[in-house]
Design a binder for this molecule. Structure first.
Ligand SMILES: Nc1nc2c(ncn2[C@@H]2O[C@H](COP(=O)(O)OP(=O)(O)OP(=O)(O)O)[C@@H](O)[C@H]2O)c(=O)[nH]1
Ligand SMILES: [Mg+2]
Length: 395
């Protein structure tokens, strides 16, 4: 048995078994089309970022989308006048994920109902309330109004890098203790809200402090399909996020393989399999972007971590990184991997009673699965090594 099969756990096999069984009962094509609808449904995610003027909202909106203040399409930051209208900033690679820069809530006669009506409350999945000091009465009033309307909010204390720099001058400085002091101080100011968590961040480097924790919390509290969009669209900034992205892709892999292998459109020359190669191309492109291996993402990581892009690129091993991922590349991969992939397919066939065209589909599904797993492993490993390189350069 080949190594790919060793990567499949019982849960996955039973999920596959169920889906193939359903496919056999319903006719493979109908079942695959149903899954296709589910997979490619465009899920929107709308995140509102609010808080006082100058708290760092726009900087956070940009960082969330892996952008700098001077990138095309970035939210203006600095000493510009406060935004008066809610403005959507779509993620450059995942336009369905929109981060909204809301008008500041700093004025004395703040009316939360009017504010929420004006910004069209209903369209948001959740709110992030940013403060660069302590949270004030208006932040709390707004949070209560959001709570009343049964939506989630998260408190973010920004500009932690400034605090760390200032406190770091003291001989007795202990980063963890200082962070905990700030956290407790913020939480104390939020009485009446049932002790919400406060996440400490720097808009200049989301890999530090509490951002990874914030990301994971938001993702868990969203419905699955929206959590998935959030996970894949945030910058690949920590090893843990890298690993979780890999797992998220893996969880979807059987479905993709099933769709690509059973609604096959392209017979692979020289092989007895047919695969919808465009599904594979799309999925592998998604891996590529989610793991931050495209030029822009590598450049952005290089800038943030003060390493050269060349140093980062030097650790890339997957041949997929040297080519533009297109149909021809994938067909070649399918051809060269077909023999190994057949082992996977035979294993599946031995577990599933199949004959004739169903057997052919199972072989196609196995081959597709094999290719996806191979590409996912290669690209996730490359991304891991790139992150290690960047982190080591900053030790
Ligand atoms: N050191 C540090 N500076 C930050 C951080 N976030 C924002 N800033 C700076 O704080 C200033 C205000 O940031 P913005 O992101 O424009 O704040 P804003 O909340 O959008 O401000 P308005 O749109 O005017 O309400 C800018 O000079 C930013 O560079 C941070 O995490 N760390
Ligand atoms: Mg702003």
């Amino acid at each position: 048995m080949n190594s790919i099969m060793e990567n499949i756990d019982d849960k996955e096999l039973s999920a596959l078994g169920k889906e193939i069984e359903e496919a056999l009962n319903n006719s493979l094509i109908t079942a695959a089309c149903k899954i296709k609808e589910h997979l490619f449904n465009n899920v929107e995610l709308n995140i509102a970022v609010t808080g006082e003027t100058g708290s760092g909202k726009s900087t956070f909106v940009n960082a969330f989308r892996d952008m700098k203040y001077n990138d095309d399409g970035a939210a203006p930051t600095g000493v510009v006048e406060t935004t008066m209208e809610a403005k959507a900033y779509p993620h450059p690679k995942y336009p369905n994920m929109k981060v909204w820069d809301l008008p500041g809530i700093g004025t004395a006669n703040f009316k939360p109902e009017e504010y929420l009506q004006k910004v069209e409350f209903d369209r948001f999945d959740f709110f992030i309330i940013v403060s660069s000091e302590r949270f004030r009465a208006n932040d709390i009033t707004l949070a209560k109004e959001i709570q009343k309307r049964k939506k989630k909010f998260y408190f973010v204390r920004s500009k932690i890098d400034n605090d760390m720099r200032a406190e770091g001058r003291k001989e007795t400085f202990d980063q963890e203790k200082t962070l905990e002091t700030i956290r407790q101080y913020c939480i104390k100011g939020l009485e009446g809200l049932g002790s919400p968590k406060v996440f400490l961040i720097s808009g200049f480097d989301l890999g530090l402090y509490d951002f990874p924790d914030l990301q994971e919390t938001m993702e868990k509290e969203l419905p699955d399909h929206k959590g998935h969009v959030l996970l894949l669209s945030i910058p690949n900034i920590t090893l843990k996020i890298n690993q979780r992205k890999k797992e998220a892709f893996k969880a979807n892999m059987w479905r993709l393989a099933l769709v690509s292998g059973s609604v096959a459109v392209l017979p692979i020359p020289g092989l007895s399999i047919a695969v919808d190669v465009s599904i594979l191309v799309n999925e592998i492109k998604k891996y590529y972007h989610a793991f931050g291996l495209d030029d822009e993402s590598l450049q952005s990581l290089a800038n943030r971590m003060n390493v050269s892009v060349e140093e980062l690129k030097a650790v890339l091993k997957s041949p997929l990184n040297q080519k533009k991922i297109g149909k021809d590349v994938i067909v070649k991969l399918l051809q060269s991997a077909a023999l190994t992939a057949l082992t996977t397919s035979e294993y599946l066939l031995s577990n599933i009673p199949a004959a004739g065209s169903i057997a052919a589909a199972v072989i196609s599904i196995g081959t597709t699965y094999y290719i996806l797993m191979k590409c996912l492993n290669e690209l996730a490993d490359d991304a891991h090594n790139v992150l290690m390189k960047a982190l080591k350069a900053n030790e």
